[in-house]
Design a protein around this ligand. Structure first.
Ligand code: C5J
Length: 229
């Protein structure tokens, strides 16, 4: 029988299953996170997202050392915007829409500098990068096939933003039968209230769609998996 590692999570302990647990890092892209980027141009305080980078770098490093699968996602669109429905394109500030020029290239367009992941969290060779046109990482992507092929049943969910792409992906995953632990200091929102309530919502009602714990709980559990493997 495979030894699991228990994470002291809320609302109750979460089991990390070796070989069946993957870390998913959602949309840690320059457009959302860097000063001068799309997120800041909308009036957001990017420090609230930047502070996620150091704990998330430590978590990714622990996962890699334990041989855990690491998956990255990027929200964005093809250059002619044919995969961006008008309902998404026509939202937000009229002068700063998807495809418009921004400090780091055309906003949220695949291949542009701003669309890519921040240097500190860059994927390494062999890690899967999922390009997604929506908020959820399962919508119109190969994610489910990738997870099924690898035999993954548990997800450690991280990235930005807590109430948008992290929530949407966690809900999608929960509905598909994955057990999801959202790592609280590795997810970020531009809005402190949304961060707090977003995390509360996940673990409410006995873990309505997931578990919550921070890196002080998750990293030692990953490390113990590595030593018992
Ligand atoms: C947003 C995201 N907020 N990654 N994207 O538009 O959460």
């Amino acid at each position: 029988m495979t030894a699991t590692a228990e994470v002291p999570a809320e609302p109750f302990p979460f089991q990390l299953v070796p070989g069946k647990t993957a870390l998913i890092v959602i949309d840690m892209q320059r457009d959302f996170i860097l000063p001068g980027g799309f997120g800041e141009s909308l009036g957001n305080d990017v420090d609230r997202l930047l502070k996620v980078v150091p704990p998330l770098a430590a978590l990714i490093s622990a996962a890699r050392e334990a041989g855990m699968m690491v998956i990255h996602t990027r929200e964005g669109h093809v250059a002619d915007l044919s995969d961006c429905p008008p309902a998404k394109l026509n939202r937000g500030a009229p002068s700063k829409r998807i495809g418009d020029p921004g400090k780091y290239g055309r906003i949220l367009i695949r291949g542009e500098y701003g669309h890519d992941i921040v240097d500190e969290l860059a994927p390494v060779a062999g890690e899967v990068v999922i390009d997604k046109p929506g908020k959820g990482a399962f919508y119109a992507t190969e994610l489910q096939d990738v997870l099924a092929a690898a035999g993954i049943t548990q997800l450690l969910v991280t990235g930005v933003t807590t109430e948008v792409c992290v929530h949407t992906t966690t809900r999608e995953a929960n509905d598909r039968g994955y057990e999801c632990l959202v790592v609280s200091d590795c997810v970020g929102s531009y809005f402190p209230d949304f961060q707090r309530v977003g995390l509360e919502m996940i673990k409410a009602q006995g873990g309505i769609f997931g578990w919550v714990a921070d890196t002080t709980a998750v990293i030692p559990a990953i490390q113990s998996l590595a030593t018992t493997a």
